[in-house]
Design a protein around this ligand. Structure first.
Ligand code: GLN
Length: 314
C-alpha cells in the first residue's frame, strides 16, 4: 500500500515539475535568494505515517501559514466570542496585505495580514508599554504551540526576521491604522514584532503535513499523540481556511481543489482533508495572489485524482 502511495506521489510531482511560471517573493533579499527550483511534497496520514517526496527536508519560512496557528492560540486564550468581537470571519476578496477593515472596523478575517497582526496583539499583555521581555515570553509560547502542532521543535530564521522587521512599511501601515481606531490594547510595534517573528519560523513540508494532520485530527498530533487544541478550534480553523486561506484566490481554490488550506509567500501550502490527512507542499515561485504555483497545481492533481474535494458527491 505504502509503495503504491509513494509511486503515485512521485508521479504527481513529475507531472507538475515542468511548470516554472510565477516569481519568488522578493520583498526582502533573504526570500529572493532561495532556490526557485526547491520542490517538496509530504502527506501525513491519521496514524502519523508521513510520505515524503522531493525537498521534503528543506527548511523555508512559514510566513502566512502561521496565521491559522496564532488564530488557534487566541481562540484558546480568549474564547471565540471575545475573538469574534475583534476579528471578522468574512473572506475579503482582497490581497493579503490590503489596508482595509469591515464596517465595524475589525480586520475582515484572521488569514490576511490585518487580522493576523491583530491576533498577534492578543497574545501580548493588554498594555501600551509592552517591553521586550514580554514579546520574548509571548514568542516562546508561539514556538511551543507551533512545535506541538508540528510534532517537533521548531526554530526561527534570524535573518528573515531582521529583514521583515526592517522593511515592513506595509505591515506597519496596517498596524497603525488598527491602532488609530483604538482597537489594539497593546502597542502596534510589539504586535508587529511578534507577527514578524511568527512569520520567520522555519518549517519543512513534513512539518506542514504534521500541522495539517493535527488540524485534521481535531487538535491531536498523530505523531506525538499530544492534543494541542480542541475540536471546536479545529472546526473553526478549517472554516476560515476554506473561505479565506488562499486570499483573493480562495474562490478558484475551493472550486477546483476543495480542501481547507493556507499558503505563505515562503512558498509553502498546507492543505487538510478533515478527519484524514495533512498535506504540505513547497515550491517558492508564486502566482499573482502570493500562492505557490506548483503547490496549487500539485494540490489540484491530488484532489482530482483521489476525489478529495470536500463536496465530492460521487
Ligand atoms: N511576512 C509576510 C508579510 O507579512 C507574510 C505574508 C504572506 O505569507 N502572505 O507580508
Amino acid at each position: 500500500m505504502r509503495s503504491l502511495v509513494d509511486g503515485y506521489l512521485s508521479h504527481i510531482m513529475d507531472e507538475c515539475h515542468s511548470d516554472r511560471s510565477g516569481h519568488v517573493a522578493d520583498y526582502i533579499p533573504e526570500l529572493a535568494a532561495v532556490d526557485p527550483e526547491g520542490y517538496g511534497l509530504s502527506l501525513c496520514v491519521h496514524d502519523g505515517h508521513t510520505y515524503s517526496h522531493g525537498d521534503s527536508a528543506t527548511a523555508f519560512t512559514i510566513q502566512s501559514v502561521s496565521k491559522p496557528l496564532t488564530y488557534a492560540m487566541i481562540l484558546k486564550k480568549h474564547g471565540a466570542a471575545a475573538v469574534d468581537a475583534k476579528i471578522g470571519v468574512e473572506p475579503s476578496g482582497e490581497a493579503f496585505n490590503e489596508i482595509s477593515v469591515d464596517d465595524r472596523r475589525r480586520p475582515k478575517n484572521p488569514m490576511i495580514n490585518a487580522g493576523a497582526i491583530f491576533a498577534a496583539s492578543m497574545l501580548l499583555p493588554p498594555t501600551r508599554d509592552v517591553d521586550a521581555a514580554a514579546v520574548d515570553a509571548a514568542f516562546r509560547e508561539v514556538l511551543e504551540f507551533y512545535s506541538g502542532c508540528a510534532g517537533r521543535h521548531l526554530v526561527m530564521d534570524e535573518e528573515v526576521y531582521a529583514s521583515e522587521a526592517a522593511t515592513g512599511s506595509r505591515n506597519r501601515a496596517i498596524a497603525y491604522m488598527l491602532d488609530s481606531f483604538g482597537a489594539l490594547e497593546t502597542s502596534p510595534d510589539a504586535a508587529l514584532d511578534l507577527y514578524y517573528r511568527q512569520c520567520s519560523i522555519r518549517v519543512t513540508t513534513d512539518d506542514l503535513a504534521g500541522i495539517g494532520a493535527t488540524i485534521a485530527n481535531g487538535g491531536m498530533n498523530p505523531r506525538t499523540g499530544r492534543t494541542v487544541f480542541s475540536n471546536e478550534t479545529a472546526q473553526r480553523l478549517l472554516s476560515v481556511m476554506t473561505t479565506c486561506g488562499m486570499y483573493d484566490g480562495a474562490g478558484d481554490w475551493v472550486t477546483s481543489v476543495g480542501l481547507p488550506a493556507k499558503s505563505g509567500v515562503g512558498g509553502g501550502i498546507l492543505a487538510v482533508l478533515p478527519g484524514q490527512l495533512g498535506i504540505g507542499v513547497y515550491s517558492p515561485r508564486l502566482d499573482e495572489h502570493g500562492n505557490s504555483v506548483r503547490g496549487v497545481e500539485v494540490c489540484r492533481h491530488l484532489s482530482t485524482d483521489l476525489g478529495l474535494h470536500m463536496f465530492n458527491v460521487t
